[in-house]
Each structure stands twice: as C-alpha cells, then as structure tokens.
Design a protein around this ligand. Structure first.
Ligand code: KIV
Ligand code: ZN
Length: 510
C-alpha cells in the first residue's frame, strides 16, 4: 500500500454548493492558484455541465494550473461527461469525476432506476469519459447507505471499464468511524483488481464525523481523501482539508502515510476562502481558528514558556500563522503592488483594472499604515466601487449621537444613475441598509450580518458579510473598509449585485 495520501480538494465544487458560496471565475482562479501553491494533488474546479459560467471557470482553472490535476464533476450521462471532458481539455493533467447514486432509497426514489440499469449507466459513463482522459474517478453517491454487495458489483464493473479512482462518499454524513472503516476494508478485500485503483473517500459532516470517518478510512487503506478548505460544503460541510492534513502529518505513527501538502500555505488558504466566500472561520476551529494556538490559562502559558511541547502538538508557524507578511505601505509603488498581486495569484486583466485597484490601495494606505497580504486580498475581493457594478456606493455620511436617531446619507449609483438617499435606523448600519433598500427595493430577506477584523489593531479593516435570500436564492456579499459602517454598506450592495446578476447554479446532487 502506498505511503502517499492524495489530497483531492473540492472547495471549488462541493464547497461552492454551500448556500451563498457561489464564486465567480476569477475568484475560483485565485483559490485554485493558492491550492496549487499548497501542493494539493487534485483540484475539483466545478461541475462543468451546470452552467456556461461553471464550464468557463473549470476551463480557466485547467488553463492556469500546472502542478495539480484539474477535475470536473459530471453526472453519469453523456452530456455532462462531454462538457466535463471539454472543460478539462487544456489541463496539463485532467480528470473526469463521474457519479451515480447506489443506495436503495436514491435508486428507487430519486433516479427511478433498477440496480441493473444503474450499473449499466455507470459503465457507459466510464466509456464516454475514456474518450477524453485516462484519469477517471467514479463515485457511488450515498455509498454510506448502500448495500455492500451492490457496491462490490458496481465497483468491479467500473474498474473493468477503466475507472482509476474509486470514491466512496458518505453523502449524507450518516456513517460512524468503525463502520465506515469496515466498509472500506471490505471493499478493498472483495472487489477484484482493487489493487489497480486508488480508493478514495468523501465524507460529509452532518454528525460532525467527516474528518473522523475519513481518517478511519485512511487507516483501512483509502489513499485519497476528498476535503475542502475550512470544511466548507453542502449542509454541515465536508471533511476539512487542514484537519486531515495535520492529523496525518502529526500522527504519521498511526496513519503510516503522508501528503505532499506545503502546510505553511494552510492559513493563507483558509483566509482567502473565508474572504472570498464570506464564510467566517469560528475562533476555536482546529488549525485555522484565531484561537487554535492561543493559550489562555496561566498554567498552560507557563508550561509553553518553559517547554513548548508541554501543551503544543503542532507549531503555529508550520501551518502558516506567521506567513502574513507586512507587504506594503503608503510609499509602495505601482510595480511593487502589481508584483505582490501576481504572487498572491490575482489575475490582472488590464492596465485599467490595475490602475483602479492601485488607486484603492493608495486610499487604504492613507488610512492604514501597514498593509498585509490579507488587506490586499480583501481589496481585490471588494468590487463595490467597480464602474460595471449595478449598485455602487459613491459617497456616504453617517451620524450617530447619544439621544439622537442614527442616520445614514448615501449617494448610490444604480445602473449608472446617481441617487441620493437618507434614512434613520436603530443604529448606523441599520440606517445604511434601510437607505439602500429605499432605492433598491429588492424584497430580499437579510439572513446574516457579521463583522470580522481582517488583521489586528484598531486601524484594521473590518470585513463584513451580508447574506441575503430572495425567492430560492441565497447570496453572500462582502465588503471591507477601515470604517465598518462603510464596509457594511459595501457588503450589502455586493450581495444585491449578486442577486441582480442572476448567476444560476445547479446542484449536481439534485
Ligand atoms: O457528497 C457526494 O456524494 C458528492 C459526490 C458527487 C461525490 O459530492
Ligand atoms: Zn459531497
């Protein structure tokens, strides 16, 4: 058995299926570049058949990334597989990941297909995929609730047809570690030619067991784990990449394998994904939470000062906590700004875009003397002043005084026309949102409002996430500014722009 554990990252596909986590092509590219820098083996860049936007995003990632395999998901039908095959064509190394459900409940109630038809369709799917690549992954959706004899049968058939990776998803997060490990062990023992393929697992976190189940499967012989940065993903999310990688690295004695991941890129990846999707990381989250390496108790602090290993099993710097660099200040020039963006994986599409971003950087540097990578990432995620946006904040003034009703006065650009608006509210943020709605009249419901400091210090930028829902769509908007009321207004407008753009997305599991 190989001692190399393949890390298959699905932040850009399953992660994107979290309500509100839709990403644009450019955002996907930025995350993909960071995943490549982290040395992820396989990047699942999307579900090419879902929409033209998804197709373009997978293709752009396939064109840009050289050191990771680029994969597209595809249901087991000809159209999906051909779209996936076309999208990954430019990749230096490309994979098609096709799936069909195998549990009795999914086959009968969702697919309305007999087990024989499901096996036949899976085998045909591998045949179509082989026209594009020799690297083919097959997933038995809802394997965690499928019958073991049927799993053995379908896996034997798809291996014979040419599948090279066999993925066993616990789609609904129903399994527990011992049971899941036993399933993997049995499959490896019973499926003919099991030694010719890589066994993979894909666990959801509905019972909080995604990482535990994945690691139990590794002990049972799985050599690929599908995971996401910050554990983003459908419902309660997927197994978190950082926890899998650090568990295996820290306890090599138990797992008897390791990954090729550059762990110092973990925290930058976590911050980037959080900033782009607007999903904050809880402070006590393992590895990437702000408190993951903070010792509060006096006894612990004393112990760590005397001998670090008394209370620390990993070093903060090994997962990238110290890599946030002071990059620039107010005197930094345009060339230095451009090079740092390139290093951060930000694509600069035109000189005009660079000039615009540089002007915003100078404004920020006037307010905040030390500019970190995180500030630059937030600046590049913030499109609230881009001329092409439908809703744009032109100017703002807020008034808040003891005994007075807080008030917001905004100048907004709506479809290129300027509108001045004023509103009161229970606080300045409430007043700003009411003022925006007085013009936008979106009818959207506010589901979430959250503020986080991007870096430390009272001059840090506040990063605000606003989640809005309208009809059956949920979108997250982000805004960053040293003034958190302005950041809030920008985040609200960003969410409205996403609703306005009507970006459609199909969930592959529906
Ligand atoms: O959870 C799941 O079953 C999936 C498959 C498409 C692999 O995401
Ligand atoms: Zn999934």
């Amino acid at each position: 058995m190989s001692d190399q554990l393949i890390i298959f990252d699905t932040t850009l596909r399953d992660g994107e299926q979290s309500p509100g986590a839709s990403m644009t092509r450019d955002e996907k590219l930025r995350i993909a570049r960071q995943l490549e820098r982290m040395k992820v083996n396989v990047i699942e860049a999307g579900f090419a058949a879902a929409s033209n936007g998804d197709f373009e995003a997978v293709r752009a990632v396939a064109e840009a990334i050289k050191d990771s395999t680029i994969c597209s998901l595809a249901r087991a039908n000809e159209n999906d597989i051909r779209r996936a095959g076309e999208a990954i064509r430019p990749a230096a190394s490309g994979r098609i990941h096709t799936f069909i459900a195998t549990s009795p409940i999914h086959m009968e109630k969702k697919l309305r297909m007999s087990p024989d038809q499901v096996v036949e369709q899976a085998v045909r799917a591998i045949g179509w995929a082989r026209e594009y690549t020799g690297d083919i992954e097959f997933s038995a959706e809802d394997a965690g609730r499928s019958e073991i004899d049927f799993l053995c049968r379908i896996f034997e058939a798809v291996i014979k047809a040419g599948a090279t990776t066999i993925n066993v998803p616990d789609t609904v997060g129903y399994n527990v570690p011992e049971q899941f490990a036993a399933t993997i062990r049995t499959l490896i023992e019973r499926v003919p030619n099991s030694d010719k393929v890589v066994w993979s697992v894909h666990c959801h976190n509905d019972l909080g067991l995604a990482v535990a189940n994945s690691l139990a499967a590794v002990r049972a012989g799985a050599r690929q784990v599908e995971c996401t940065v910050n554990g983003l993903g459908e419902r309660a999310g997927n197994a978190s990449l950082e926890e899998i990688v650090m568990a295996v690295r820290t306890r090599k004695d138990i797992f008897l394998c390791d990954t090729r991941i550059d762990t110092t890129q973990i925290v930058p990846a976590s911050k980037l994904v959080s900033s782009i999707t607007g999903f904050p990381v809880q402070p006590n989250k393992a590895i990437v939470g702000a408190n993951a390496f903070a010792h509060e108790s006096g006894i612990h602090q004393d112990g760590v000062l005397k001998h670090r290993e008394t209370y620390e099993i990993m070093r903060a710097e090994d997962v990238g906590w110290t890599t946030n660099k002071l990059v620039m200040g107010k005197h930094s020039g345009r060339n230095a700004f451009r090079s740092r963006l390139v290093e951060l994986g930000v694509e600069i599409k035109s000189e005009e875009q660079l000039n615009h971003a540089f002007a915003r950087f100078k404004e920020l540097a006037d307010k905040k003397h030390e500019i970190f990578d995180e500030d630059l990432q937030a600046l590049m995620s913030d499109d609230s002043s881009e001329p092409q946006e439908h809703f744009r904040l032109v100017a703002s003034s807020f008034h808040s005084e003891t005994g007075e009703t807080p008030c917001a006065r905004l100048t907004l650009s709506v479809g290129g026309k300027e509108a001045k608006v004023e509103s009161g509210g229970s606080g300045p943020v409430d007043a700003a949102f009411k003022a925006i709605e007085a013009v936008a009249d979106s009818g959207a419901e506010l589901l979430l409002y959250s503020v986080n400091a991007i870096t430390t210090g009272t001059d840090a930028q506040g990063e605000v996430t606003v989640r809005l829902s309208k009809e059956d769509r949920v979108v997250n908007g982000q805004g960053a500014d040293t003034d958190i009321i302005v950041a809030s207004a920008k985040a609200y407008l960003n969410a409205l722009n996403k609703l306005h753009s009507k970006l459609e997305r199909v969930n592959p599991q529906v």
